[in-house]
Design a protein around this ligand. Structure first.
Ligand code: V47
Ligand code: SF4
Length: 389
């Protein structure tokens, strides 16, 4: 039976430039920035979808990863004032927010004692009193309590501030945190790298070069990291391609990125609320083009708490092979920005069902994509392995 890409390759009716992109994809050749842009501007959704699905299945078959994790957000007070952020309170204006102590965060970890989560994701606002020493102590406290729990912590924005304040180099700062238990780095804070857009949406935090340098240094120290892109606001397709191109170049050098996570801009209660959110078709195209352009990124993730679970399920036909985790109601970033997921919790059983409903193969992974459990043969209603989390 012919698959989508074979139909495209044989069709006489498709624009010749698009057809030559399809040939390149089929032959595992890298597409250029101009070709990436052309996919955004000229290609139809079924066209990019068929190509991205082909690449996804060539790389991963039907395997669709998820993990069991929970979030800790140490504070929502922040010295920065990104216009798209619905979550933070401005530190300088003495607005009210939360500030968790190490003891409170340890209690959050202890809530999961005996529950088989594999990862804690720690990310929050940038608070001047939460410094390098505070976070080193936090990591050590968590690791001492639960040595097997993978700690994926702090965005490049937080590192940049923390290291500058402590007057240590990025390399030395990361080495200190690694020695206290840091295992990997999440992808936040990247937004849109291009200066023109960064100045409009998050002028005061670390710039593209700083963000990329932190990830490069982390990779050279042996850490893996993720990369995000906040799309669907004031950027153009050109800026999206520019962003992904910088990531692709760094990945060629270090091979330290695991997954790319496009983050759909949500417009509730922030300084960019007047900007309409992207359509679902636009979202699917974003995922598909990312899968085609980022040929050296092993994984493409749809973060369901932000997209909503139904749309996350649909991305599995547009290049995505990972839908992140069980999470918990501990993350507030998206519910505060207007995601339909006001209380983002999905049990393992719900995640498995969501993946199986579209005939994909659910596989629980750890943060580094080691297989924890293959759920494809598990019959849900009869099997006791489905825990509450
Ligand atoms: O950098 C903030 C985004 C990011 C809004 O690495 C918003 O596994 C949409 O990076 N609309 C932080 N997005 C979260 C993040 C992340 C999430 C899940 C998994 C991983 C990973 C990383 O949240 C910020 C920013 O781009 N964000 N406000 C908003 N209104
Ligand atoms: Fe602060 Fe991050 Fe919000 Fe920007 S996105 S204001 S850095 S919490």
């Amino acid at each position: 039976m012919e698959t989508g890409i074979e139909t495209i390759l044989q069709s006489q009716r498709i624009d010749s430039a698009l057809k030559s992109i399809a040939d390149k994809i089929y032959n595992k050749e890298r597409i250029t920035e101009e070709e990436g842009l052309m996919l955004f501007e000229k290609a139809s959704l079924p066209f990019v979808g068929a190509l991205a699905n082909h690449v996804r299945e060539r790389m991963h078959g039907d395997t669709t990863y998820f993990n069991r994790n929970f979030h800790i957000e140490p504070t929502n007070l922040c010295v920065f004032s990104c216009n798209f952020c619905s979550y933070s309170k401005i530190y300088a204006k003495k607005e009210e927010g939360w500030e968790l102590s190490i003891e409170q965060m340890l209690h959050m970890v202890q809530k999961y004692d005996g529950i088989p989560v594999t990862e804690v994701h720690i990310v929050g606002g940038v608070h001047p009193k939460m410094d390098l020493q505070f976070f080193a102590d936090l990591l050590k406290t968590i690791k001492t309590h639960r040595p097997g729990l993978h700690i994926k912590a702090f965005t490049a924005v937080e590192y940049d501030y923390m290291f500058r304040k402590a007057k240590v180099s990025v390399e030395d700062g990361l080495k200190i945190l690694i020695s206290h238990g840091l295992d990997s780095i999440p992808g936040g804070g990247a937004e849109i790298f291009h200066k023109e857009i960064r100045e409009k949406i998050c002028a005061d935090k670390v710039d593209a070069e700083g963000w990329l340098k932190i990830h490069e240094t982390a990779h050279k120290l042996g850490l893996h990291s993720n990369a995000t892109m906040l799309y669907g606001h004031v950027e153009s397709y050109f800026h999206r391609i520019d962003h992904m191109s910088r990531l692709r170049t760094l990945q060629d050098e270090t091979d330290g990125f695991q997954t790319f996570i496009p983050l759909k801009f949500r417009n509730m209660d922030n300084d960019m609320s007047h900007i309409a959110e992207s359509t679902v078709a636009e979202d699917m195209k974003m995922y598909a083009v990312a899968r085609l352009f980022l040929d050296n990124f092993p994984h493409l993730k749809a973060y369901w708490p932000m997209l909503g679970r139904n749309n996350a399920q649909m991305t599995l036909a547009f290049g995505v092979n990972d839908i992140d985790g069980t999470i918990d109601d501990t993350t507030k970033i998206y519910s505060m920005a207007g995601s339909e997921e006001q209380n983002p919790v999905m049990t393992t059983e719900q995640l498995v069902t969501l993946i199986k409903q579209v005939n994909r193969k659910p596989v629980e992974r750890d943060t580094l994509y080691n297989v924890v459990k293959d759920y494809s043969e598990v019959i849900q209603s009869e099997n006791p392995v489905f825990s509450k989390n």
